[in-house]
Design a protein around this ligand. Sequence first.
Ligand code: HEM
Length: 580
Amino acid sequence: MLQAGLMHQTPASQQLHSPQHTCGLRHPERVPVRHTTLTRQHPRKSRLRAASEDEVDFSASYEEGKRRKLIDSGGAGKSLTSPGWLTELGRLWGGKSDVPVADAKPDDIKDLLGGALFRALYKWMEETGPVYLLPTGPASSFLVISDPEAAKHVLRASDNPNNPIYNKGLVAEVSKFLFGEGFAVAGGEQWRSRRKAVNPSLHRAYLQTMIDRVFGPSALHLADKLQVASEAGEALDLEACFSQLTLDVIGKALFNYDFDALNTSSPLIQAVYTALKETESRATDVVPLWKVPFLAPLIPRQRKALDSVALIRRTTEELIAKCKEMVDAEEQARFGDEYINEADPSILRFLIASREEVSSVQLRDDLLSMLVAGHETTGSALTWTLYLLASNPDKMAKAVEEVERVVGGKQQPSMQDYTQLRYLTRCVCESMRLYPHPPVLLRRASIPDTLPGGYGVPVGQDVMISVYNIHHSPAVWDNPEAFEPERFGLEGPTPTEQNTNFRYIPFSGGPRKCVGDQFAMMEAVVSLAVVVKKFDFSLVPDQDIGMTTGATIHTTNGLYMKMQQRQSAASPQPAAILAR
Ligand code: HEM
């Protein structure tokens, strides 16, 4: 089954010959995507209707969809097959709701809890339409959204002071044990004021410093490790390597702390992984025992998670204390919008030097939010981009040609080079279209709402925006399963939620959009540029990579590759090799 997760990928051979997009950019700020609208003609089928203009007006299709809806009085979509028990419960629960209910069988739900969430959600989208109710118990359900216009509506109304309809809901519940007061899960005024304080720390001068001093050098450390394996003729698990790399990067960028995860295994690193795993497990627990506080110390998994969080918090508090001492010792910390301390350009340093009124617990939890949000996400984006490039030799050849031309004899790209690595940037974008991290975004309605097109959303309803479905929908993208970085024209802007009208939302959108999007793109492109410049990568044949989901889409069994140093990269050698 896990293998099947990758089976719906278009085979590399077909991708090589897949027709290229020809639609040009008519609007300089718009990225060409398939100009179609999803029209619900039948609850089990959707058909494509070509739109005549750049911008798609979804309102017409919603109206048509509403007219054609085949909803019975119980609120469930008409089903030709015998519905499962969950659907029955959904019918009872659905009452007057007009949202079609997914024909969810127990097996499907098992799939979902096992981590293959996106596949089940996709199937129900095909059967039921772009907005449906997924019953998950007698009194619980998700309203699943796979439509860009409805996603835009919900994301823009999330923690929006002028239109406060949705909040983070379940996400906040399952990760509170780790994030605490952190702004990634907080809501309302607490979130707003902390996001305002953190945002400026990611200014352009900081990102430039990160490229030169963190992204490039950390990727060169990875190259050292790859070189050793290459000389020994060994295969390495690149997913594990990228996870180590991105932990090293985020540690330095946030705290000026070197986890050195590429070379060592410390209890702290293990603690970060354990805590992350626990958030994933909590989101899919059938019986959420973690909700019962007095039980936690009695359950080994919970105890381990809580011990891990305690270790992470202690370490972060120590780093904050040290940094505070340094800032206090400075005669006059010159602080401005683009403040950077030469010796310590970290975000922690910026936040302390800004002397914002903030409790140390809040500061600690904000940093932890960024550590967690910025680690596995970027690691997974790197993993799947390299996988896709290795599976598509013609795309890899184009990427390598660009890197060699732009970066030339240097070991790592500069900020200026980064802006010229346009094809490689689009490879990362396209990989995040096919493998979005996270594949779903969760929200909860804090007041009753109506989606564009008329579906009602009751107060307290959990909403799941399936980014995966939107990114894979044939109604939204031409040839959606193919890896085609070219679909985002080289001359135009890189795709964002804005210039694709929420068809492309790997960093979400609206007020809760990722704060680290630029950081992540630079980190991913620079890291890939460094390694593809030095090595040819080949997938170990016949491996069962598998695909599963949690906070990100990751492999089930790792991504094993062999590296061979490129002729053109024979000199200069990676730093550590020279030192040997
Ligand atoms: C490829 C890498 C990344 C991806 C795909 C990604 C994706 C996302 C997404 C989808 C959200 C919004 C979730 C929602 O709407 O519920 C988000 C939020 C966030 N991300 Fe990222 N992210 C990445 C890298 C980073 C990095 C490197 C950092 C830090 C430097 C970061 C920090 C955050 C924070 C703090 C939030 C919460 C923002 C808020 O709630 O106000 N992310 N990310």
